[in-house]
Design a protein around this ligand. Structure first.
Ligand SMILES: NC(=O)C1=CN([C@@H]2O[C@H](COP(=O)(O)OP(=O)(O)OC[C@H]3O[C@@H](n4cnc5c(N)ncnc54)[C@H](OP(=O)(O)O)[C@@H]3O)[C@@H](O)[C@H]2O)C=CC1
Ligand SMILES: CC(=O)[C@@H](O)[C@H](O)COP(=O)(O)O
Ligand SMILES: [Mn+2]
Length: 382
């Protein structure tokens, strides 16, 4: 039995993680959850899964929940509550399904406690990949990829020698506006940007997918998870999201993982690794029906965020922290209707352009740069 701490329980990845726990009660036991403000759903989750520890963002919500549930349930709030929920009781696996760099500190803390991590929260690896991978090595814990592309790469690496890998090929759907030219992006609505062609995901990642910042983040994520140079990580547009990513070996053999788009597959694999459990109610891949798969080279002028991500990743230090924080802030303002879709890129470019990179930053430096970048972007928006 694996004891699971789940942070981000009310989101897209969080609720799908609970689907897996629900169907494999003999394998997984939920000991804690953390969420933001969706209190009705948190209450439902407490009633169904009986976690011992629960954390939410605000004090008044924690007090409300505490009055509604068994007094034995410990209901916490704020950053301290989130950190405590991440390492609660006898949890031995943390599923990090939070959105944003908020996920960094709970990840580091859980690794210090010797827990393996299912890492959906890619912003953690973008903002401080060096700290996370160093800590994983130091405490000998596993970082199990949940992101579909990284799970595909992880699966395509299994049973092979790492030193024989030549290249990683990360697939990209192209997002909500994949069939539009750059000039057709002027004035697009939030509603249209939220219509991803293949995946049902949280709002922030859906916008990241439309700007291709998601793919840029995934390149940085692949760099840290698989210790690959940026020169050996390519992106290919593949609009069907059937091939989830590929690994090329030195004999030019290419291995890949395929399947109908369903995040429960990589979520479950991260939780059950090295075992594979049944997943019955997912769509079986039917190649006869699909007929054709398409591939294209991405244009770095059309998808500027992808270019910024390669540049920030190659520079390293605090520049990826700036990339992430500026993006989080710009996307938040876009979702609130305060800036246009194309100005997401402009704000990120400005934030990157003014930053003096600090190499080998420690946690305090990362947190300071993150805060300062958010303030800068917000101040430009007014
Ligand atoms: N969704 C997907 O299919 C995929 C997602 N990912 C990555 O996984 C991560 C999660 O994405 P997704 O599930 O889509 O995101 P969602 O927006 O759906 O969920 C985010 C979760 O974080 C919680 N949260 C937000 N702010 C706080 C806070 N201050 N304190 C505590 N909890 C907070 C939310 O709580 P609440 O709603 O209660 O406020 C919610 O539970 C992201 O990093 C994303 O890039 C990667 C691959 C695929
Ligand atoms: C499901 C998943 O892993 C997402 O990160 C997905 O990759 C988004 O799709 P694109 O960024 O390729 O549009
Ligand atoms: Mn992905």
């Amino acid at each position: 039995m694996k004891n699971i701490a789940l942070i981000g329980s009310t989101g897209s990845i969080g609720t799908q993680t609970l689907d897996i726990i629900r169907t494999h009660r003999d394998e997984f036991n939920l000991v804690s959850i953390a969420a933001g403000r969706n209190i009705e759903l948190v209450l439902k989750q407490i009633r169904e899964f009986s976690p011992n520890v629960v954390a939410v963002e605000r004090k008044q919500d924690a007090e409300h929940i505490q009055q509604q549930v068994d007094p034995a349930v410990k209901v916490l709030h704020g950053k301290e509550g989130l950190l405590e929920a991440a390492v609660a009781d006898n949890a031995d696996f943390l599923m990090n399904a939070l959105v944003g760099s908020l996920g960094l500190e709970p990840t580091l803390q859980a690794m210090e406690a010797g827990m393996d991590i299912g890492i959906a929260n890619k912003e953690t690896l973008v903002t401080a990949g060096h700290l996370v991978t160093e800590k994983a090595k130091k405490h000998q814990v596993q970082l199990l990829p949940v992101d579909s592309e990284h799970s595909a790469i992880f699966q395509s690496l299994e049973g092979n020698r790492r030193q024989e890998v030549e290249r990683l090929i990360v697939t990209a759907s192209g997002g909500s506006f994949r069939d539009r030219s750059r000039s057709e992006l002027e004035g697009v609505s939030v509603e249209d940007a939220l219509k991803h062609p293949n995946w049902q995901m949280g709002a922030k990642i859906t916008i990241d997918s439309a700007t291709m910042m998601n793919k840029g983040f995934e390149v940085i994520e692949a760099h840290w998870l698989f210790d690959m140079s940026y020169d050996d990580i390519d992106v290919v547009l593949h609009k069907e999201s059937i091939i989830h990513s590929l690994v090329e070996y030195r004999d030019k053999s290419v291995l890949a993982q395929l399947g109908s788009p369903d995040m429960r597959v990589p979520i479950q694999y991260a939780m059950s690794y090295p075992n594979r459990l049944e997943l019955n109610d997912t769509e079986r891949l039917n190649l006869w029906e699909i007929g054709k798969l398409h591939f294209e080279k991405p244009d770095f002028d059309r998808y500027r965020c992808l270019r910024y991500a390669y540049e920030a990743g190659r520079t390293g230090g605090t520049l990826p922290t700036v990339l992430n924080a500026a993006n989080e802030e710009a996307v938040r303002h876009f979702l609130n209707g305060q800036i246009t879709f194309l100005s997401i890129e402009t704000h990120i470019e400005e934030a990157l352009g003014r930053h003096q990179t600090i190499q080998h930053p420690d946690l305090d430096t990362i947190l300071e740069v993150d805060k300062e970048t958010r303030e800068f972007v917000s101040s430009r928006i007014g």
